[in-house]
Unconditional design. Structure first.
Lengths: 293, 234
């Protein structure tokens, strides 16, 4: 079997798969952030905590109600999305007339509160969640665990459905138009405040969906979101704030870049995304797929 | 005058602390084309936005088909059957021409079908896949008018539809407004160009300092030309 720069193919493909899995989470989370920022101009720092809530709700559904993974995949995003709707109506909606910074500070504070509550209740050592699709396939050059393959394929499908909805449907046209001129879209007869609330709920639901997908791979832990969210924000900045296609492409792409860096220069793997972010900010501040605001 | 479709009484409007409308009162009968004439800053556009519910604060009375609209939000006013074509056209850059055209939801039966709109404005069919803001100024104005014709709204608020356009396009917009009138639409038109207004309107309200100071029927426009010139400062 071939070697690349002295790296055996098993190691290369293994890291590539790991990169794709991380990329799937980056894409799903940054997609939710992009949807929320695009319409609401809110930088939703609570997103990591809402991802964590998705994983915890899946764990609770299994633990307390006996509802398995496949039920949680549907129910957890709905439940966590509903909490997002309450947060938007009660708190975030009061800040729309203020600078973006206030929304960021509010959602950052909420993230700390939510994380603190979960840590208080469940500790920080992490809770296990059973893999719903055990086993895998030896592909010759690597072993592909079924569940990890499912995460990549399902995340990609969700991303494409979200992209199609926003870019190719009437609902998506309302969302895009409301991003530009919300008061005019409302004057055409569309209930824009309700649309904003539902959009936030859907964005939060996407974070929770990523959390359910993550539960069998990582331990369900109150800090699992805060560990990930900084990288996801870097992905959003590189892709372009509010860009749907940018979130998907850079999410998967940067996951792979990170994975490959682990093979060729392991010490740099934790920082490579931030180095790319700094370069993109200097060369193209609106991001690779973004438009200047 | 025939039955009033729109009755505006003692309408006040504010932007923040600035009191812009000081008791606007006027009426528009069903099937009429009425203009609001006045100098820059007189309050014409603000009146349109106030009727449409797009001002942050307003008071007074706006009745449409006998129904009071003053406490309604703009989406509810649109659903009542009023549509606006804003001054700066409001074409969405992230939407194609066709998406811009199809954006406003149908609020009532009786709107024009897309095919009828494309017959009226053939350029829009040819460029339906283009980005909305890539159209010329005249085409964008056509699109801004065309998209509210689909909705079924009976009252159209057209804010300076001829602003910045070439004479040949202005003529085309004049033809469109006359056609709309023949089709039974009621129109309130904000204009600074009273030569254009005279070719399309039944009556003219002159606005100054946020209220109506005179009403001139189009038939009496010639006799009042000097007075109107003084009002408008031309």
């Amino acid at each position: 079997m071939f070697e690349l720069l002295g790296v055996p193919p098993q190691a290369l493909m293994g890291q590539l798969l790991l990169g794709l899995i991380n990329g799937a989470f980056y894409a799903l989370l940054s997609l939710g952030l992009a949807v929320i920022f695009g319409l609401m101009n809110v930088i939703n720092f609570t997103h990591g905590a809402q991802y964590m809530m998705g994983a915890f709700v899946a764990w609770m559904l299994l633990q307390y109600a006996g509802i398995p993974y496949w039920g949680a995949l549907v129910l957890a995003p709905i439940i966590v999305g509903a909490t997002g709707i309450v947060i938007e109506r009660l708190l975030i909606s009061r800040l729309y007339h203020l600078d973006h910074l206030y929304g960021l500070l509010l959602t950052f504070g909420l993230a700390l509160i939510i994380e603190g509550l979960f840590r208080q209740q469940y500790g920080s050592s992490g809770l296990p969640y059973t893999n719903p699709i055990p086993g895998g396939q030896n592909l010759g050059f690597m072993f592909l665990p079924w569940y990890r393959g499912w995460v990549v394929a399902f995340s990609l499908a969700v991303c494409l459905v979200t992209w199609f909805t926003i870019e190719r449907t009437k609902l998506g046209a309302y969302l895009r138009a409301a991003t530009e001129r919300p008061e005019l879209v409302q004057a055409f007869g569309v209930n824009v405040p309700r649309m904003i609330t539902l959009t936030y709920g859907v964005g939060v639901g996407l974070a929770a969906l990523a959390g359910v997908l993550a539960a069998p791979i990582y331990t369900v832990n109150p800090t699992m979101g805060s560990n990930l969210i900084i990288v996801v924000f870097a992905v959003v900045v590189i892709g372009g704030m509010g860009s749907i296609a940018g979130s998907i492409v850079t999410g998967f792409g940067l996951g792979v870049v990170e994975g490959l860096t682990k093979v060729f220069w392991p010490e740099a793997s934790a920082t490579v995304i931030f180095v790319i972010m700094a370069i993109v900010l200097m060369v193209r501040p609106q991001g690779l797929f973004g438009t200047p605001r | 005058m025939a039955e009033a479709l729109l009755q505006v009484r003692d309408l006040h409007g504010w932007y923040g602390e600035s009191h812009i409308l000081h008791g606007m009162s006027f009426e528009v009968a069903r099937g009429e084309v009425v203009t609001l004439l006045g100098r820059n800053g007189a309050g014409k556009t603000t009146t349109m936005r106030a009727v449409m519910g797009m001002l942050p604060k307003r008071a007074g009375s706006v009745r449409f088909q006998g129904r009071e609209l003053i406490s309604l939000k703009s989406n509810q006013i649109a659903r009542a059957g009023i549509a606006i074509c804003p001054e700066e056209r409001g074409i969405f850059a992230s939407l194609s021409v066709r998406e811009n055209l199809m954006l406003p939801p149908r609020v009532k039966d009786g709107g024009l079908e897309v095919e009828e709109i494309y017959r009226l404005f053939p350029n829009l069919r040819e460029r339906s896949a283009s980005q909305g803001t890539k159209l010329s100024g005249g085409e964008q104005q056509m699109l801004a008018i065309a998209r509210i014709l689909r909705t079924g709204a009976e009252l159209l608020l057209l804010d300076e539809p001829t602003e910045g356009l070439a004479p040949v396009i202005v003529q085309q917009i004049g033809n469109t407004i006359r056609m709309l009138r023949q089709n039974g639409f009621t129109i309130v038109l904000v204009e600074q160009n009273f030569h254009f207004a005279a070719t399309v309107a039944d009556r003219h309200y002159v606005v100054e300092h946020g209220h109506v100071i005179d009403m001139i029927p189009n038939a009496a426009l010639e006799a009042n030309r000097e007075k109107l010139k003084t009002y408008l400062g031309v």
